[in-house]
Design a protein around this ligand. Structure first.
Ligand SMILES: [Fe+2]
Length: 240
């Protein structure tokens, strides 16, 4: 990277993640606050997305206008991959209104998220007893989040055993969420992605039984891919 150029926000985020998540220890409170403060300044255009315009009707393949992905132009949930290494991954989920990413977990992970635009209903749980190291597949969970988020809003964070590690998103309007996962999903390292049904317990408000869905990605959920069109990342110092 040319050092005379101002660093892009995504480069700032990448560099900070590289610092924090390459260490052996878990991130400190101050480090998490630092990452959240960087995520807080992100807008859709910083990651190559035009949140406003729509040329024609939404389609399943990404629409690109003036070098930006049209956030209003996706007809299915669309994942834009930015970066992945051994220690963390970065990407964006773009949602059309009405689509749901069902309950899924983040085993052993810290996840930072920033709603870039739009409005989303979030439901999130933590296991009541998260004593084992291997990912849980069913049992009692407590509700951590059950509410609507409207952009602009603060970035959020979840941890392996707190903060709502198992969550779902339902887009109330077209919306997009920038995610940082550390470490990334990995079947090889017992960090698979598991999807769940939740069954609220009428006699126990605030709790639900979670049950693993059989399919890795439920048949009724479509996640398409789209290219990352934001500022290029310099990963030359990548220690991953
Ligand atoms: Fe998630």
């Amino acid at each position: 990277m040319n050092c005379t150029m101002e660093k892009s926000k995504i480069q700032m985020l990448y560099d900070a993640c590289n610092d924090v998540f390459s260490q052996k220890e878990l991130p400190t409170f101050q480090q998490i606050q630092w990452l959240k403060s960087i995520l807080n300044i992100f807008e859709a255009a910083d990651v190559g997305i035009d949140e406003f315009s729509l040329d024609g009707s939404p389609s399943s393949s990404p629409k690109i206008t003036n070098g930006l992905i049209s956030g209003q132009g996706v007809s299915e949930i669309t994942y834009i991959h930015i970066h992945e290494c051994d220690n963390f991954s970065m990407g964006i989920f773009c949602f059309p209104a009405g689509r749901t990413l069902p309950l899924h977990d983040h085993p052993g992970m810290t996840v930072l998220s920033k709603l870039l635009y739009g409005s989303v209903y979030v439901k999130a749980y933590d296991w009541v007893q998260a004593g084992t190291n291997s990912p849980r597949t069913n049992g009692l969970a407590g509700t951590v989040i059950n509410g609507i988020f409207n952009a602009p809003c603060e970035s959020s964070v979840l941890f392996p055993r707190s903060g709502g590690n198992i969550h779902s998103f339902t887009a109330l309007t077209p919306c997009a969420i920038l995610d940082v996962l550390s470490p990334p999903y990995s079947d090889d390292f017992e960090r698979p992605s598991t999807y769940f049904f939740d069954f609220p317990i009428p006699s126990l408000p605030g709790y639900a039984l979670l049950e693993e869905r059989e399919l890795k990605l439920p048949y009724d959920v479509v996640v398409n891919g789209a290219p990352y069109l934001g500022p290029p990342l310099d990963v030359g110092q990548d220690v991953c």
